[in-house]
Design a protein around this ligand. Structure first.
Ligand code: GDP
Length: 365
């Protein structure tokens, strides 16, 4: 399963946020594909469409889709030099598919900041630098090998050498790999290197509980936004403390509390949605009388692979995907009405599944 890693310096609010995630989180029993690990929190993906489909189909149960956050504690300055738990930390980051970087934007004299003052940009740069240095080592090692092959006029090696040199220059200027520009062909080479700084990233600005509504006036948040813009990265503003309170509530209680706070959606829900996007994920639905259920797929997959997410038998024996878009279905009002309007398509094995598709798979056993 895909997972997003939560990183950040000590005392920025990572554990508080991660506890909110596990507190609000789903039982792994419903999601057998999820890892059972104390550092992994399973979250259900909020999706208003699931509620609408439930009203429409009136199934016995409704099951949202889920994915994982991994808590990656322990980064400190010098991690790339293998000090302390540094190496372990980097190897954990290597395994995640996207990074949520928590940045301290709240002021609190009682809570020490590792470098003495709250300075979000310096914090971001401290962590980014460790990742950049680790990547620089990966790239330099590879470059030494490839240069030898390139001297023998190996065409692929020559092409790779060009990519590696460009990467090395960028990293030496303290640019993350994701900010170095490459052609589509070169991107494939970069991907093969599994660099830490080419993983998609978003920043989580952790503000004080009383600052949530006026977060845009918070200078620290402004600085994080400016920094993120240079990387085309998104920023989610949360108060980890408030989230840990919200996570203890459910249903109406939760809605009332959010109303009191003056917010529509919890920071955690915003973070879940943004991370889902960041991971390149989308949702299709199955909607039967037994259950209405959301399924996560990676954008770009075809109907048989999407069927395989439910069960390998569905993929092996795939015949057709009876498909209607969420919009067409809700506009028609019922599945039969959608059929009568000709909105339900029979799609074959080359069909690219789209976000919001409601699918009934037909297959041979
Ligand atoms: P970590 O080291 O990054 O995991 O940070 P923690 O989650 O352990 O938080 C460090 C301290 O900051 C704890 O005492 C938290 O209660 C406190 N903290 C976290 N978020 C907030 C916040 O939004 N406001 C305030 N005042 N304190 C916070």
């Amino acid at each position: 399963a895909l997972t997003a890693g939560i990183v950040g310096l000590p005392n920025v609010g990572k554990s508080t946020l991660f506890n909110a995630i596990t507190q609000a989180g789903a039982e792994s029993a419903n999601y057998p594909f999820c890892t059972i690990d104390p550092n992994v929190g399973i979250v259900e993906v909020p999706d208003y469409r699931l509620g609408k489909l439930t009203e429409l189909v009136k199934p016995k149960k409704t099951i949202p889709t889920a994915f994982e956050f991994t808590d990656i504690a322990g980064i400190v300055k010098g991690a790339s030099k293998g000090e302390g738990l540094g190496n372990q930390f980097l190897s954990h980051i290597r395994q995640v598919d996207a990074i949520c970087h928590v940045v301290r934007c709240f002021e609190d004299e009682n809570i020490t900041h590792v470098s003495g003052t709250v300075d979000p940009i310096s914090d971001i740069e401290t962590i980014n630098l460790e990742l950049i240095l680790a990547d620089l080592e990966t790239v330099s090692k590879r470059l030494l090998r490839v240069e030898k092959m390139a001297r023998q006029k190996d065409k692929e090696a020559v092409a790779e050498q060009e990519v590696l040199s460009k990467l090395k220059d960028g990293l030496e200027e303290e640019k993350p790999a994701r900010a170095v520009e490459f052609t589509e062909e070169q991107q494939k080479v970069v991907k093969g290197l599994h660099l830490l700084t080419s993983k998609p990233i978003l920043y989580v600005a952790n503000v004080g509980e009383d600052e949530l509504l006026e977060a845009d006036n918070n200078l620290n948040v402004k600085l994080v936004r400016e920094f993120a813009a240079t990387e085309n990265a998104e920023v989610i503003v949360i108060s980890a403390k408030v989230e840990s309170e919200i996570a203890e509530l459910e249903g109406e209680e939760k809605e009332m509390f959010l109303e009191e706070l003056g917010i529509k959606e919890s920071g955690l829900d915003q973070l879940i949605k943004a991370t889902y996007q960041l991971l390149g994920l989308a949702t299709y639905f199955t909607a039967g009388e037994q259950e209405v259920r959301a399924w996560t797929f990676r954008k770009g997959i075809k109907a048989p692979q999407a069927a395989g997410i439910i069960h390998t038998d569905f993929e092996r024996g795939f015949i057709r995907a009876e498909t209607v878009s969420y919009d067409d279905l809700t506009e028609a009002g019922t599945m039969n009405a959608a059929k009568e309007k000709g909105k339900v398509r029979l799609e074959g094995k080359d069909y690219l599944v789209k976000d919001g598709d409601v699918i009934h798979f037909r297959f041979n056993v």
